[in-house]
Ligand binder design. Structure first.
Ligand SMILES: O=C(O)CCC(=O)C(=O)O
Ligand SMILES: [Fe+2]
Length: 193
């Protein structure tokens, strides 16, 4: 499906961070946004808190009350070629991507500093709509070391190694709508069978 698989770039900053501009074409971007508009996205729930961004989760879902991953709905059919393209571009076997999170950020929505749950392993993010500064930080002896990746629409970023496990990431409130599709593989030792 994504027709042009650009070579990945290794931006300065966290090791394990890779970036592929133009992972999908503008046509595919528009199709994916239209498909996401048909999904029921619900405000992100963090325990009692509600985030401004809206999400839909497939494959697995994280239950904040039990703090466990539960099996979730299967991937929508139209997502399979994109998930497979992410696997191929990252030399992963078919089926390695087990979790997909669709997120919509309307103007004013962002995501606070965090690392993704330890039950997941590799994290790949496809950006659609408007660009955003994708920020990273890690603690040093004297404060914070910071890095910002300019995540352009249609690009795919990859977080493994330190970018995934040491650095935190966040997105400040966006000025115009942005959609992201996050693909995750599982850390086997944490996944319930
Ligand atoms: O929207 C994005 O690209 C990042 C989302 C994210 O960090 C997350 O859901 O854990
Ligand atoms: Fe994240």
């Amino acid at each position: 499906m994504p027709s042009r698989l650009a070579l990945f770039e290794r931006p300065a900053g966290p090791s394990g961070l890779e970036y592929r501009p133009d992972f999908v074409t503008p046509d595919i971007e528009q199709e994916l946004i239209a498909r996401m508009c048909d999904l029921t996205l619900t405000p992100f729930q963090f325990g009692p808190y509600e985030g401004k961004r809206r999400v839909a989760s497939f494959g697995w879902r994280y239950d904040f009350s039990t703090q466990k991953l539960e099996r979730g709905d299967p991937f929508p059919d139209w997502m399979l070629p994109v998930a497979h393209a992410v696997e191929v571009a990252n030399r992963l076997p078919e089926g390695a991507v087990e979790h997909i999170l669709f997120t919509r950020y309307d103007a004013g929505a962002g995501i606070g500093w965090h690392r993704d749950k330890k039950q997941f392993d590799r994290v790949f993010g496809l950006s659609l709509g408007s660009p955003c500064p994708f920020r990273f930080r890690r603690r040093t002896a004297t404060g914070w070391e910071r890095f910002t990746l300019a995540a352009e629409p249609r690009s795919l970023y990859t977080m493994t190694d330190e970018a995934r496990s040491v650095w935190e990431h966040s997105i400040p409130p966006v000025a115009a709508p942005r959609w992201s599709i996050t693909f995750r593989t599982m850390a086997r030792r944490h996944a319930p069978r």
